[in-house]
Design a protein around this ligand. Structure first.
Ligand SMILES: [Zn+2]
Length: 89
């Protein structure tokens, strides 16, 4: 897949190996993490993701809906916490 206009090289590493990939954008909702699957150009070298205006809008919209609990979410995993007492800084 080729990317027309906008992104031609990574602004982070200047790499030109940028492919449109399906990624999960993470939205934090309290202690929960909500994965929002999107298709967006990703730099294969540094992993930087490039959102276009429409994707940004979509994510903003998703964030709003999630924060207001006005959307049905499917549980696919849990966020767990590791609390072993042996860790000392
Ligand atoms: Zn890059």
């Amino acid at each position: 897949m080729t990317i027309k206009n906008s992104v031609l090289s990574s602004i982070i590493c200047h790499g030109e190996d940028i492919k449109v990939k399906e990624v999960n954008e993470e939205i934090i909702a309290g202690s929960d993490i909500v994965h929002v699957p999107i298709r967006t150009p990703v730099c294969m070298t540094c992993g930087e993701q490039y959102y276009d205006r429409r994707t940004m809008q979509y994510l903003e919209d998703a964030e709003n809906k999630i924060s207001k609990a006005g959307v049905k979410l499917k549980e696919v995993g849990k966020v767990l916490i590791y609390e072993e007492a042996s860790h000392s800084a």
